[in-house]
Design a protein around this ligand. Structure first.
Ligand SMILES: [Zn+2]
Length: 110
């Protein structure tokens, strides 16, 4: 981690891109990235972050993109999330994961 990495750094661990959403939106990156602090789900022993938008797990964190050298893709995505407030994107905080004792029924009036 050099000095430059710390300046204006995106929280790469918490930003993800969902490939299912990419497909569905015709590669509309802005509608395919999400921010999540929720713990990943384990599938076949590997952690995957669930997309809060489509519920799929075909996702990849910005950190993973960085690790595998997809700098071009990462650059575009980080630029995108920096120019918008975080609330502009799908955001999932760790506290919202429904794993408490007993399901919380939300009243449905439909
Ligand atoms: Zn998705």
């Amino acid at each position: 981690m050099g000095f430059l990495d710390r300046v204006g750094k995106t929280d790469r661990k918490f930003w993800y891109v969902c490939y299912a959403c990419m497909m569905q939106t015709g590669h509309h990156a802005e509608k395919s990235v999400f921010y999540s602090e929720a713990p990943p789900v384990l599938i076949l022993g590997r952690p995957w972050e669930r997309c809060p938008r489509c519920g799929g797990t075909n996702t990849k964190s910005f950190q993973q993109l960085k690790d595998e050298g997809s700098d071009a893709a990462l650059w575009g995505l980080e630029r995108l999330v920096r120019k918008r407030p975080r609330s502009h994107f799908e955001v999932q905080t760790g506290g919202e994961v429904p794993q408490g004792p007993g399901p919380v029924e939300r009243s449905r009036t439909t």
